[in-house]
Every structure is written in C-alpha cells, then in structure tokens.
Ligand binder design. Structure first.
Ligand code: ATP
Length: 520
C-alpha cells in the first residue's frame, strides 16, 4: 500500500505540480521542476509571504539581490570555512553519507556482522583488498572491529567506513573567461618539476581555483547585510527595520531527501530585522508570534505546527537564541523555518571583511558611554528564515485528503484542500457541453475574472464529473458551470470543492462571490 508521500509524489506528477528535473534523461538527483500547477502554487505561497512581510508593514522593505556574489562575502560570513557537512564513505558499497545523520553502532563493537547475502562476499573481497582481515561464513563476517567512528552504512549495513571528511556545501563556479582545468594542469606541471609534495601541490591548486571562484549563494541572507547601508540610507530607515528577500539558494546536499523537502536548488524567504543592541531576545519572541501567525494564515493546520527550541550545543557561537517552526510531515516533525537572534555577528563580520563601517546613528538615543544624546551602534539582527519550496511541500501534505464514497452516492475522491489563496486555479469555468453558445458565455465569465485579477480557467474537456474531479485534485476551490438554464436567466452553478455543494448564482455576482472568499 503506497504511503502518503508516495501518493503526494504521484499526484504531483499526474496533475502537473512537480516533475523530476531532466526526467527523460534519467532524472537529476535532487533537482525538481515545477509544472503548470506547482509554479502557480509556489508563486502564490511566496507572494503571500511578501504581502505579509513587506506590503502589510511599514518597517520592512524588500530587495532582490544577485545569486552570484564576491567570494569575500562568504569568507567574512564564515561559509567558506564552516558551511560543510561531515561525510564518510562506506568501504563496502561506496555509499557516501552524512556522518551526523547516520545511525551509529555502539563504539568499539566487534560482534559478528551479518550483511545482505549478495553483499557479503563482495564486502570480504573489498575489505581484504583494503587490508582489513576478516573471516566470512555465509553472510556473516567476523574478526574486524567496526569502523573507528562506529557508523553503520545506511545502504548496506556494513560498519566499515572511511575517516570523516568535511565537504563544503557551496556550489563553486568561475566568473569570466577562465579555464580552471588549463590553469590546474599548468600549476601541477610546475609544482611537480619543483618536487612539491602532495600537500604543497594541493595548496597551490586550491589557491588557483579560489582566485577565480565565485559561489552560488547558499542562503539569501547575506545580501541584506552587505547592502545594509545602501538600503538604510536610500530610504532613511529607522531601526528597528527589516530587509526581506526571497529567491533561489543552492546547496550541494549529499543526502537529498523527502522529495522537494531537501533539494540542491531551492527557494527561501528570509528577513533580516535590525534592532538596537540588547533587544534581540524581545524581537525573537515577537517574530516567533508573527511567523506562526503567517503559517496558519495560509491554511496550515494548527495541530501540524510547533516550535522547537535549539539546545545550547546546537546554537551557533554568536547566537543567543533560536527556534525552528516545525511541521508534522508524513515522516515526522521537521524544520520549515528557523528564527534566530544573531546578535551583531553579521554586520561586524562584513564590516571587518570589507573595511567599511556598517553602523547606525540614532540621534534620539542616549550614548551609554557619554550619557549624551546621539548614539552610533552596530544593530543586532533577528532572522526569520523560511523555506519556500519546503513550504510548498507542507501545504501539499496538509491539503491532501481522500474521501471514500458516501451513502448519498458521492464517489470516492482525492481532494487538495488548499487555502484558496494558494490554489493554482481559483475558479474553473465549465461549459456543460461544447455547443449551444455555452463556450462563448463561459469564456466571457473567464474574461470577467481575468479583469478582476483572479486566475480562472476555461475547461471543456471530458464529462462534467471528470472535470470536477480534476479540479478537486489540483485544489480549485470553485467551479462555475454554464448550462442550458444559464442561457435563459444568466445564472450559473457554483460548486464548492470542500463539500461538493452546488447552488445557483447570478453571473453578475460570480466575481464578487469568489473575491470575497479569497480575502477572508
Ligand atoms: P536543515 O537543518 O534542514 O539542513 P538549515 O537549518 O541548514 O536546514 P537554514 O540554513 O536555517 O536551514 O535555512 C532556512 C530554511 O531554508 C530552512 O528552514 C529550510 O526551510 C530551507 N532550506 C534549507 N536548506 C534547504 C534545502 N536543501 N532544500 C529545501 N529547503 C531548504
């Protein structure tokens, strides 16, 4: 029996929400394409965020920065040095996985290990080759201590691992007409002629690559720090204020998992909110409230949302508090958004890195050092950082519902109970038959919705029941049906997705009826 995630993935493909990237070539791991319905859903979710975070507030402004930034940005932010995952390779099957996410065995355990039968012989051969001595009887291997780190391979179950290595998650590319391979060949040739050892050789190659490298941003946040002065000055903004941005980010994730939950290319919605020193904890609490309000406002069920406080050992060294908003996904509670109090770490780091002052002058505040009015300071930051594509998955999981056939003769169906503001199509306009002037009337109704800025879709394919079913599956909250009576009295049937109720309304009232529901 397929589980809920399988059903959602299958609905996504069947109805044009999400496809595997490059599918006809075998698919690209961890990258996804949003189809006609998914593109609308993602746009709607992101514009709801923008409306709430930027348009509805006087103290937050939005920017749209470039994805490629100078490498110094990532040097100063700490991403070049620290934004990495610890990885180990399984010596038996070659699987590479994240050490911090792997199931562990008890340290030092050397009990017999039973592998998948087909793998045991191969494992013995490989390990013998690698200099590990062990005895095999059938599928059971004995005589070798479990890998020093005590990990168990999530693929084949073997405990024989390489040492841990750290891999940076940023995608590196080069800007300008450089030929990194040609450069590297030259460097290697020269270094070898000079008798450089492996370590020296590595350092030189790394240096040459770094010199021509730029990185795709792994988060949208840094541009808000780097452009802090430009944004603050161009609009004469007064602290507290925030800079918001949404868009693509890239992380070379080793364990892409759970469909679009974790992918290498994804979208984020982040806000850096600048506050006076000492007020981080207060605003952290404030933003927790606001952000939870927003997730509920887009229809996510209250029972499926919660906060998780970060333990002290999880906190970055500069942070004085962090909470995740978690959603109850089909596989368990997992992160949707992080809300962190980041002190003055970011602006100070970029100020040190760039040599430019990133401070704020408040003429009304009292300088604590002199006791006089007028205070220069480095603002502290509270950051609500949400995943947009992860939000799309949460919205899909939350909205997915199956109804069995009932006694009144209503058939079984799958329905996406999306909040109408997220629904890809707000209104399906369906002529009962493709003749007698019904298509013409229906198209006029669609035009009226278009003029009103509401996405309505004309739909005449297949029998009416199948059309309703299709709209239920993509979450269309209303369908309007044009029939014979319409031609006589200018009324249509409105059908409600959630309870399949139908009633007649005047065509003239249709736009207002739907618009009212969308603003509720
Ligand atoms: P995780 O612990 O899941 O890797 P994170 O704590 O590293 O996430 P942040 O750096 O805080 O994530 O990013 C903010 C938000 O961006 C996350 O809450 C998540 O919604 C989203 N996000 C981060 N990485 C990915 C990814 N690889 N795919 C999809 N969304 C992501």
């Amino acid at each position: 029996k397929p589980d809920l995630m399988d059903k959602i993935v299958s609905l996504c493909k069947r109805r044009g929400f999400v496809f595997q990237s490059s599918e006809i070539y075998g698919g690209l791991r961890s990258a996804y394409d949003y189809g006609p319905m998914g593109a609308e859903l993602k746009r709607n979710l992101m514009s709801e965020w923008w409306r709430f975070m930027v348009h509805s507030r006087e103290d937050v402004v939005g920017i749209d920065a470039s994805i490629i930034m100078r490498p110094e940005v990532w040097q100063s932010s700490g991403h070049l040095a620290n934004f990495s995952d610890p990885l180990v390779d399984c010596k038996v099957c070659g699987e590479r996985f994240r050490a911090d996410k792997a199931p562990r065995k008890a340290e030092g355990e050397d009990a017999p290990i039973t592998l998948d039968k087909s793998r045991a012989k191969a494992a013995q051969d490989k390990l013998t080759e690698a200099g590990v001595k062990l005895h095999r009887e059938g599928a059971t291997l004995t005589g070798a201590k479990a890998g020093a780190a005590g990990y168990v391979c999530p693929n084949c179950g073997s405990p024989f691992m390489s040492d841990e290595r750290r891999f940076n998650l940023m995608f590196r590319t080069s800007l300008g007409p450089v030929d990194p391979i040609g450069d590297v060949v030259d460097i290697v040739r020269k270094a070898m002629a000079e008798g450089a050892d492996d370590k020296a050789l590595r350092a030189r190659v790394e240096g040459a690559l770094a010199a021509s490298s730029v990185y795709l941003r792994p988060e949208t946040a840094q541009a808000m720090f780097v452009q802090f002065m430009n944004v603050q000055q161009s609009l004469s903004l007064k602290v507290p204020f925030g800079i918001a941005q949404m868009g693509k980010s890239f992380r070379n994730e080793v364990t892409a998992e759970h469909f679009i939950f974790r992918s290498c290319e994804f979208e984020q919605m982040e806000c850096e909110f600048f506050v006076p020193p000492g007020e981080g904890p207060k605003y952290l609490e404030y933003w927790m409230g606001e952000r939870m309000k927003w997730w509920k406002s887009i229809g996510i069920k209250e029972d499926s949302l919660r906060f998780r406080k970060h333990d002290d050992d999880e906190l970055a060294h500069y942070s004085d508090g962090c909470y995740d908003v978690e959603y109850k996904f089909p596989w368990g509670w997992d992160e949707l958004e992080g809300i962190a109090s980041r002190t003055d770490f970011d602006l100070k780091a970029h100020s040190a890195g760039s040599g430019k002052k990133l401070t704020y002058f408040d003429p009304e505040a009292v300088d604590p050092a002199t006791g006089k009015p007028g205070r220069h300071y480095v603002p502290h930051v509270v950051e609500p950082a949400a995943g947009a594509t992860r939000g799309v998955l949460a919205a899909l999981c939350d909205a997915y519902d199956e109804e069995p056939a009932d006694a009144e003769g209503k058939g079984a169906r799958t329905v996406l109970r999306l909040h109408p503001r997220l629904s890809p199509i707000k209104v399906g306009v369906l002529p009962l038959v493709k003749k007698d002037g019904m298509p013409e009337v229906a198209r006029k109704v669609v035009d009226a919705f278009f003029t009103a800025g509401v996405n309505a879709k004309y739909d005449e394919q297949h029998a009416i029941g199948r059309r309703y079913a299709r709209h239920d599956e993509v979450g269309t909250p209303y369908c309007l049906t044009v029939d014979t009576q319409t031609l006589q009295d200018d009324t249509v049937t409105i059908r409600y997705r959630d309870d399949r109720r139908q009633e007649r309304i005047k065509i003239a009232d249709a736009v207002d009826t739907v618009r009212k529901a969308l603003t509720e």
